[in-house]
Design a protein around this ligand. Structure first.
Ligand SMILES: Cc1ncc(COP(=O)(O)O)c(C=O)c1O
Length: 382
């Protein structure tokens, strides 16, 4: 079989839809006629590494590759199909996007293990598991609850990607941010690096910021305009923080709290916005394309930290994290029947439910240009 040398990381990037599409959204909802709404379709980035997942992981994975995989490890001979085309570049998924074509996976080579956390339906573990499998990085997934007898579809995928799974009870899982517990894990799996739950860490911020620059470019090029407000879900706060870090002073971000977290969610966002984080330096790290770097905002951190251009709306958690009361389920079902793309009840469902209600209440100024970020997560509803 003929082979071609390909950098694994570059090959993975080639399978991602970047920039993700920015689509006009015209629901016949009361109030929608007074504004212009675009949906940033990050759910289309990749069938597995979708939504905010690659955004959050990108910088970390590049740093990992640079430090822990040498050039030889990153170069891989990729199998070709009968016509001589790369199997990898072709779509390797089934209709649900959950299968990886036989013959195109890599053998594990990275020696420094990653350890991360999530529930049985975690979008983060799903994406990270796939990335690690593709790049040959060993991964241990610490999962809340014992699903050994009844693995969820997400866990079955992790198993098929050779992810090492450790089920822990709720009390142990609660220690996921405790230094003592994390050190014990690092010792046990040494050498190992911990990625916090949801992939929410400092390196996530610059990757998320990129989506704001993508939107700005698309609006300028295709609509000769800028946006006023961006609406996105908020759970661990890193996505919001990344967005806030890239806003212009006249733009505003509304986070839709998907869990009961008045003040708590604000503090999570703020923890990712320390003064030294929002500098040109962090936003222009080598991953940031030059054209975006040039537009990185100046360091006006104090202004950002005072919530001057962002806030969290706590009216739409619908009872708490992953709670889906009948009215929310009905909204999602109707939406999925009527609209050109799908949502699920944990993240995007609450965001579009909130959008509809906010439009009705006249939350947005007439003539506003609103962006709704679709952060994916549809696999969680399998
Ligand atoms: C699909 C999806 N959307 C939104 C979020 C919320 O993002 P964040 O945790 O960065 O607030 C998550 C969780 O990470 C998610 O999985």
């Amino acid at each position: 079989m003929a082979t071609i040398p390909v950098n694994k990381l570059t090959a993975l990037e080639q399978t991602l839809t970047q920039p993700s599409p920015l689509e006009l959204f015209t629901p016949d909802w009361p109030g929608a006629e007074d504004v212009t709404i675009f949906v940033k379709r990050d759910d289309k980035i990749h069938p597995v590494v979708s939504g905010n997942k690659w955004r959050k992981l990108k910088q970390f994975i590049y740093e990992y590759a640079e430090q822990h995989l040498d050039g030889a490890e990153l170069e891989e001979e990729l199998p070709q199909n009968a016509e001589g085309g790369s199997l990898y570049a072709e779509s390797s998924f089934n209709a649900e996007g959950s299968l990886y074509a036989e013959g195109s996976s890599f053998t594990a080579k990275g020696s420094v293990r990653l350890i991360s956390f999530g529930g049985g339906f975690s979008n983060h573990l799903y994406a990270l598991g796939y990335v690690c499998h593709t790049l040959g990085i060993p991964l241990t997934a610490i999962i809340r609850g014992d699903y050994s007898a009844t693995p969820t579809p997400m866990i079955s995928d992790l198993i098929s990607w050779n992810v090492d799974i450790e089920y822990v009870d709720r009390i142990t899982y609660k220690k996921r941010d405790s230094a003592e517990y994390l050190n014990s894990l690092k010792e046990r799996f040494s050498p190992a690096i911990i990625i916090p739950e949801g992939g929410s860490q400092e390196q996530a911020i610059g990757g998320v910021a990129e989506l704001v620059y993508e939107i700005a470019e698309a609006l300028a090029a295709n609509h000769n305009t800028e946006f006023d407000t961006i609406v996105a879900p908020a759970a661990s706060g890193a996505t919001m923080a990344g967005i806030v870090s890239a806003l212009r002073p006249n733009q505003h971000a509304i986070g839709i709290g998907v869990l009961k977290g008045q003040d708590y969610l604000e503090s999570l966002v703020n923890q990712f916005l320390p003064a030294d984080l929002l500098t040109k330096e962090i936003l222009t790290k080598k991953l940031m394309p030059k054209e975006f770097a040039a537009k990185a905002p100046a360091n006006n951190d104090e202004e950002r930290k005072t919530n001057s251009n962002w806030h969290i709306n706590h009216e739409y958690h619908c009872g708490g994290y992953a709670k889906a009361p009948p009215y929310l389920k009905a909204f999602c079902e109707h939406f999925n029947d009527a609209m050109p793309f799908n949502i699920e009840p944990v993240y995007s469902g609450k965001v579009f439910f909130a959008l509809k209600d906010m439009l009705k209440k006249g939350t947005f100024k007439s003539g506003s240009k609103i962006i709704v970020l679709h952060t994916g997560g549809l696999q969680g509803a399998r």
